[in-house]
Design a protein around this ligand. Sequence first.
Ligand code: FES
Length: 319
Amino acid sequence: MEATDKLPFEDYLGKHDEQTWVKTLDLIHSDIHQIDRDATQIWFSFWPLKLAQLLDTEKNLENTFKKFQLDGNPQLREQVNESVKFLFGARFWVPVKKAVLAYSKENLDPKALRLEQHILKLSHQIGNQLNIETKLLVGIVAISLMILSQVGFASLKKVEDQLIDIESTDSPDKVLKSREVNRGLKSILGWKAKTHQVVFDEQNSGVFFEAADGQDLSMASNGDKRDFRSEDSRKVAGPIPAQCRSGACGYCWIGVLAGQKNLSKVTDFEKSRLEYFGYKNLENSAKEHPVIRLACQSKCYGKVSITVPPWNGVLNFES
Ligand code: FES
């Protein structure tokens, strides 16, 4: 967040606290296409306002990392494009960025609308321009406004034309179908599959590992011997970072995009650890199968699609 020369729209966004954003997400929940409903919740859990505020206000980053046990890269400004890659709406990311930047320049009296009205209005405008369903844009537009609020106009402008490397051109229906359990002949004959696919980048093919039935996701990730360390030094044992495998370290938090019910129910212990680390499930916290989990506490009983945040830490300083 830049301290000076803010546009009125940036000022307006900056006046919305975490709670208001969460309430706004509730209000637009049913306006978001099913394909990105959980993904939007996950993005807002991965990139809380309090993290951006912490990194913006603390002078000594090294101390901040120590104090909040941060590891990986928690700087949204450095990974604006990468942060949205797991959303279906990411394939519209360049026009969304352009429209948001233009909208924030034009909008001299943003207070005339509430935050959810701005999100829906912009989504509708971009939908008309691209000739696509508005619902496909609501999640990514809400995220783009939060990104604008956190990194500022100038930082978003810098990456305005940058595309995201996404291989899949599948329709939303096809992606939703591919998320369903597919056990082929074994399923037809009623046999229980012995292993399940854990997809960790559904925008690209072949990006999955196998989990044995009942195996926790962290141990299953350990079985994937490809090199992930060169992309993220925390990934020493497969694509999911892990240290303790007992709920103690907080390295293994993930977002579950699909197949939440194919994981074991969240236990009171896991809930208490998520709370300790400050990893918030923004939907109903009473849910047995939330979208934010600790991989080492989540046993796999069917196909799941997950996404891994680029940082971990202990951000429970508000509680
Ligand atoms: S690996 Fe430490 S909390 Fe899961």
